[in-house]
Design a protein around this ligand. Structure first.
Ligand code: ADP
Ligand code: MG
Length: 360
């Protein structure tokens, strides 16, 4: 087990495309970190840089106390003691399950009798005890991902890297593997870096979530922190479907431009000036009312809190409904309990915004 540190890591592709820009990140020994961000934000680049398939253009990567890239060092991937699982093509179809799982041990020169025991242990860990002789073609997608996981774990890696490892699976299998992955990695005390485009999965599994955009870290924090205190409008929108509204912040509070939204000042708000408010769906209360000034555009019901899209004086608002069933076209009243306010310019400069509520 080991920590992973990225120290000012930038990666530029030979094409000139920028993959990562000045990444500073320390993943603690035994921590489960999820990387999320839109397509092209640098998630795979970051994972491949840790793995050693990409070399930083500048900066350094450390695994434990060993520098594996940068400072004139380079440790090749197979010597970094990592396990990796990808979304697809994870299992070699022409080898049986046992031989697939055994591969990293053969490469490392582990003697045959030990290999056999270790393969059996790894298969047992992922719930596939006794599957050594099976042909991968006879397995389900979920079982094949379990084989890939067993192969990633068999050499007892110091860090487990997962790139969309569950993304190709259908529910409810995906949900079950999520739970199993958590149990397994927590029991082994593994350091995990899990790349996913699935926000809910990241928030559900990780000790900390890293939000990337444009090759830069937008925010790092515990799931509840990212959801309740997003550092920028981008994070609020990306992780929580917040609605962003421009307006003016005064000593009294936030007033949206040409819109009824008005929220009294609280201590989290920056200095007076042009500002953007992020309205988190969970901070919106929707009440059916014929006297309301908003209309339901869509509403997906679930017993413990569905999602609705509301037209409210020209703003399309995402709201979390709490067990109430709303009809499309229904007139409602909207109450916004609180907003997270950012200086207006932080939206334009979202890519470089500091993860704090700075005064304008
Ligand atoms: P993600 O995994 O978040 O979708 P990537 O890490 O794949 O993002 O990509 C980050 C950026 O690097 C994107 O702008 C992408 O176009 C670029 N990129 C990724 N792979 C390559 C490559 N092999 N050659 C050139 N540019 C690349
Ligand atoms: Mg990717």
């Amino acid at each position: 087990m080991a920590s992973v540190t990225l120290d000012s890591v930038s990666v530029r592709y030979p094409s000139g495309a920028s993959g990562l820009v000045g990444i500073d990140l320390t993943i603690a020994d035994g921590e489960f970190v999820a990387l999320v961000g839109p397509s092209g934000s640098g998630k795979t680049t970051l994972l491949r840089t840790i793995a050693g398939f990409l070399t930083p253009t500048s900066g350094a990567v450390r695994i434990g106390d060993r520098t594996v890239a940068g400072d004139a060092q380079f440790v090749p991937p197979e010597q970094r003691e990592l396990g990796m699982v990808f979304q697809q093509h994870a299992v070699w179809p022409h080898w049986n399950v046992g031989r697939n799982v055994e591969y990293p041990l053969r490469r490392a020169g582990v003697p045959r009798d030990q290999r056999k025991t270790r393969v059996a242990e790894a298969l047992d860990l992922v719930g596939l005890a006794g599957y050594e002789k099976r042909d991968p073609a006879t397995l389900s997608g979920g079982q094949r991902q379990r084989v890939a996981l067993a192969r990633a774990l068999v050499a007892r890696p110091r860090v487990l890297l997962l790139d969309e490892a569950l993304s190709a699976l259908d529910e409810p299998l995906r949900d079950r593997l999520r739970l199993e992955l958590q149990t397994l990695t927590r029991e082994l005390g593994l350091t995990v870096v899990h790349v996913t485009h699935d926000r809910a999965e990241a928030l559900a599994l990780a000790d900390r979530v890293v939000v990337l955009d444009g090759g830069r870290i937008q925010q790092v924090g515990a799931p509840d922190e990212l959801v309740t205190r997003p550092a920028s409008g981008f994070v609020a929108r990306f992780l929580s479907d917040a609605t962003l509204v421009d307006g003016v912040l005064s000593d009294a509070g936030f007033q949206a431009d040409g819109h009824p939204l008005s929220v009294p000042r609280d201590t989290s708000m920056p200095a007076a000036g042009r500002a953007t408010a992020a309205i988190l769906p969970a901070a919106v209360t929707v009440t059916p009312s014929d006297a309301g000034d908003a209309v339901v555009r869509s509403s997906l019901y679930t017993p413990d809190g569905g999602d609705a899209v509301i037209d409210w004086a020209g703003v399309t608002l995402r709201a979390r409904t709490r067990g109430i069933r709303l009809a499309v076209g229904q007139t409602v009243r909207v109450d916004v309990d609180r907003v997270v306010v950012y200086p207006a310019e932080s939206l334009d400069a979202a890519a470089s915004a500091a993860p704090t509520l700075v005064s304008a």
